[in-house]
Design a protein around this ligand. Sequence first.
Ligand SMILES: Nc1ncnc2c1ncn2[C@@H]1O[C@H](COP(=O)(O)OP(=O)(O)OP(=O)(O)O)[C@@H](O)[C@H]1O
Length: 714
Amino acid sequence: MASATTLLFHHGGSTRIAARRRCQQASVIKSSRVNPFLSFRSSRAPLQPSLRAKSDGLARAYVTGAPPIVDEQDPKIEESKSDSDKDELKDLIKWGLVWSLMSKHKLRLSVCLLTLVGCSTCTLSMPVFSGRFFEVLIGVRPDPLWRLLSNIAVLYALEPIFTIAFVTNMTFIWENVMATLRAQIFRRVLIQKAEFFDKYKVGELTGLLTSDLGALNSIVNDNISRDRGFRAFSEVFGTICILFTLSPQLAPVLGLLMLAVSVLVAVYKRSTVPVYQAHGLAQATMSDCVSETFSAIRTVRSFSGEKRQMSLFGSQIFSYQRSGLKLGTFKSINESITRVAVYISLLALYCLGGTKVKTGELAVGTVVSFIGYTFTLTFAVQGLVNTFGDLRGAFAAIDRINSILNAVDIDEALAYGLERDINRKKVQDENLRLFLSSGSNVNIRHLDNYYMSDLKSSNNLRTLTWAGDVCLEDVHFSYPLRPDVKILDGLNLTLKSGTVTALVGSSGAGKSTIVQLLARFYEPTEGRITVAGEDVRIFDKSEWAKVVSIVNQEPVLFSLSVAENIAYGLPNDHVSKDDIIKAAKAANAHDFIISLPQGYDTLVGERGGLLSGGQRQRVAIARALLKNAPILILDEATSALDAVSERLVQSALNRLMKDRTTLVIAHRLSTVQSAHQIAVCSDGKIIELGTHSELVAQHGSYASLVGNQRLAFE
Ligand SMILES: Nc1ncnc2c1ncn2[C@@H]1O[C@H](COP(=O)(O)OP(=O)(O)OP(=O)(O)O)[C@@H](O)[C@H]1O
């Protein structure tokens, strides 16, 4: 059923996949036009040989893109691949990878093969023994009955033993393969560029790990039963061979008739899959309506929407009922049609076989065996047709996974840092093993990564960011999904080390975009961001993430305990309870935390939903305090709070801002007037810069913003 769903989806989805491919090709062309390496190199002095020599292999800086002009001395990990190689490497899931993961379990694979032969042999021998049994009963065969019965008993005992061994080993191998693929898909999604998450909905990405991977899972998991997959194949093949051996006269006619009827029936049954899917869809729609209604119950009440929801749900009940009735009809046909196939085959067998027995051309035992094979063949053929359907579904799913998780969209600056981190952590964290398994790094290692040099170690980066100014130099930027809309147009701004810069401007002026660039979720299309004069692109993103803290209007907490959420500030380190409490106290959060039912161990609910907005904000500030990053960005951090919460949060923020290079974005100008400098952003540029009193005195945009807010500042 699941695979059938995938099949249907594939038909509808093929055009989407093609469209995505076109989109991806376009983005390749675009990215080659705006080559960050070239723009970076052209704006920098040549690398200092002394720095290049410092190779500790840990924090290598690199820039990605088409082959750049690289100095001979620059360490280059991989040669550029040919275009065909690159196409090949773009795919995340390849059959070669699946096979290499399976072949790690050679012993188990051999056991599977042997037990498959064993159980198929048992199954295929049973009708022969049934024939002999009847011949012994009517006295045509002289064998003693007890010997025949003991042979049959051995067969009956062996078949389930072989089956258990086959299913257990096959499941073990496949679950291991699936675990690795699941981990690789998850990792590949995690390392995509920010625009990837603008392009695809969360549901689509979740689908890759659930329904698409499920389709691949079902090739083995749904096909290890007796009447599916390998067993069905071996039974069809074995039955036909045995029929020809038993009766070369009957086999061509009867065997082919049985085969033809079974195939037709199986194909017909497969064609009814959409009816089953429609019923599943109707059920899903109904449950969506139920969850939406109940989760938005207050909104429904406030608009007196009960009648509307009832009418909507009523229409869905009717459509579910209709699809249920249709399904019932098809189920009854499907039930009977398999038997019709058996009856047609049996009737033909009785006519032909019976005549031959009467004329003495055929033994009665052979006809009895043929009866058994009629059933075997009918069910095995149907199983095989279903297996082919599952295979088609799996191919479609792999195609979808590969087309979405194309290597073109990988954020290499992030991937490199993450890989290095995982490698460092692997000894301690067992769970990360999956992400290192064979094949996992293939696609990343073979990208065009030019590891330029070991310019800065992580310690260097921290030192630089604590002491140096952060500058946006002639920054131009358009979001990758809207390349024609220029958001920043030659913006220049210096965040002086250890001081507070406030960024103000009308809605849509590009303030949050500047935050996204400083956080390196996106890279400037032109210009550069520097820290202490160094282009930030020479640091990998996981190192950069450690020196920037962002606290925004709606901080996201994870559905963990309060203490775990605060400790998330230092995800790689062991954080002591004392440090957590110290951070919470500095964030004015300690008092409310200890009044929670389980104190620091209280779970905060999904996205922190069990805490108030102000409490969430203070936990986020404690998290940022623990992180102790030299660059701090506050994006409307207090705008959603009431006066009391705002006071508590603001005093915590004041502690957090101390000595850090801080960028504050706030619509309420009263909250930014004490900043060391205020920058007014408009049309993608900074149009005014100065202190509050300087800007008010200028009577420019800032002064009119202040006027609009009718605030008495002075
Ligand atoms: N991910 C995105 N993809 C494409 N365009 C975007 C994206 N995010 C923002 N934009 C566009 O960029 C422009 C600047 O948005 P930005 O959020 O930076 O403005 P802002 O000054 O922070 O506004 P506000 O004060 O209302 O938060 C807007 O026109 C917005 O539509």
